[in-house]
Design a protein. Sequence first.
Length: 308
Amino acid sequence: MADLIKINAGFATIGQGAGPMMVTWKAGLFQKHGLDVARPPVMGGAKGVVRGLMSGEIQFGNLAAPAPLRANLKGEADVVFLTGGINQQFLIGRPGIASRQELAGKKIGTVADGGIGDVLVKFVSAQLASAGIKDLRAVPIAHGAQAELEALLSGKVDAVVGTPPECIDTIRHGCKYLIDFAEYGLNYALGGIAGRRDYIEKNPEITRKFVKAYVEGMHRYRTDREFTVDVQADYSGIADRTIAEETYDLTQPGMPRAPYPVVASLQTLLDFMALELPEAKGADARRFVDDRFIRELEANKFIDSLGR
């Protein structure tokens, strides 16, 4: 193994988004493609991933889009998305709320940290208002699945933005999915693998190996339910295997074979961010994407070779 290239990678949180990276690591696919990658650590959110990329602590990171886009626009970072990934979000209503129409004048929970959940709270509130469902008020809640559940069950809030596996327990307590963000083209679109632009330019072969391994890992995720559920339960610390199974069954159907960064969805996010962030006005999402490595894997038929 002396010829393996040693690099580091990390991910933002223990949710579903890290699944393909951890499957890639656990299945030995980084090694297969010439890389020595230590077990990827949790980096303390997307902001932690951005810091890790810019400091060189990690070379590649899995994270949601708002934090790196904001850091890029403010001149604090220069990172680009190399792939898309899993990023499935729902608007979840408390017990007794059966439809989005019932949210007029109600309360939506937010951790107000500038992360993807916070941005999507603002986004969906604006979408609902434009559809005539007005006066949905944002109420601060503590971060974490348990805090969200308690806020919903106590009636402190009437809805939250959630993602599996964390949101599954809320559904088991009688809460309901009111909106799937796929409705707005935002699932599987606002996260993925990113790297620092200058590192990618200086190390295209390492980047090529990493993306190739990750794409094969996504295929393994899509096609090997038992293995993926085992990995999800392990890295997420899920004691109840049925939650990991339900997470898989929710996320697998929409996963793309070729995980391109979704420029149109990133543009939707940027345009919405521009309402509060002047630097985002007129920003072109293509600036923050480098999809050449995915394009190569399609052109050379590697993705086809993996099968369906």
